[in-house]
Write a protein that binds this ligand. Structure first.
Ligand SMILES: Nc1ncnc2c1ncn2[C@@H]1O[C@H](COP(=O)(O)OP(=O)(O)O)[C@@H](O)[C@H]1O
Ligand SMILES: [Mg+2]
Length: 223
């Protein structure tokens, strides 16, 4: 691994299913990072969808500031070769976790697994978490309850299932809201929501993610 890569903090959003909110959270984090003044790259490994790349093009068309950098990425080798001096790289990955996803997770400083609250979503998510943990990502995995509805009971059941699994659960959740979808369609994400209520929710998610990033950063810094 090159020197430039060692200095970069790599966060990957992975999952075993499409539509769970990986790309939405990638973009939320990228916006938050830009506002923190971090030199940030979105590495879009989902070449079939290119969700984050297409979104960034819409963002440019709509003239939304700050400008972000999102690139299609075929391999980790390509990512290592990206010679700009990024502080944070956020990897968006495809719906079905494959060998590339496993390799990205292995190399990540933080691996985020968004999941819905249903057993249908939790089962494959926890299975993937165990698999990634076996392949070198142990201790760097965090699960996020994503696109959740309004049922307290569903939230409580899912929380218990994750706690029982022994994996870390991010203390902030990502609720399903029409406003977040509308925003993504026009090149905005996260804290850029026009509604103050959604903005608060997005900022809480941002803070929780950066709390993780900060903590791991502190742990890997030599004394
Ligand atoms: N919190 C949310 N509320 C409403 N819609 C959302 C939310 N997060 C994501 N979406 C929408 O759900 C769909 C799937 O989300 P996406 O982030 O692309 O999932 P993935 O990358 O896991 O496939 C997209 O149409 C996106 O706009
Ligand atoms: Mg996606």
């Amino acid at each position: 691994m090159g020197k430039a890569m060692d200095d970069r903090y790599l966060v990957s959003f992975v999952g075993q299913k499409g539509g769970v909110g990986k790309s939405a959270l990638v973009r939320l984090l990228a916006v938050g990072a830009a506002h923190r003044g971090l030199r940030t790259l979105i590495a879009d490994f989902d070449l079939e969808q290119l969700t984050s790349v297409e979104w960034n093009a819409a963002r440019l068309r709509h003239g939304i500031q700050p400008e972000l950098d999102a690139r299609p990425m075929k391999s980790l080798k390509k990512l290592r070769k990206a010679d700009d001096d990024f502080q944070l790289v956020i990897a968006d990955t495809r719906g079905l976790a494959d060998d590339l996803t496993r390799d990205i997770a292995q190399e990540s400083d933080l691996v985020v697994l968004p999941t819905g609250t249903s057993q249908d979503d939790l089962r494959p998510t926890l299975a993937l978490a165990r698999k990634l943990a076996r392949h070198g990502a142990e201790g760097r995995i965090v699960i996020v309850l994503s696109k959740i509805g309004r049922s307290e009971r569903q939230l409580a059941t899912a929380t218990t299932a994750i706690e029982d699994s022994g994996f870390d659960l991010l203390p902030a959740h990502w609720p399903l809201r029409d406003g977040f979808q509308t925003d993504l369609d026009i090149g905005r994400a996260g804290r850029e929501a026009p509604s103050p209520h959604l903005k608060i929710i997005a900022e809480a998610m941002e803070t929780a993610l950066f709390e993780r990033i900060g903590r791991i950063g502190a742990r890997t810094t030599p004394p």
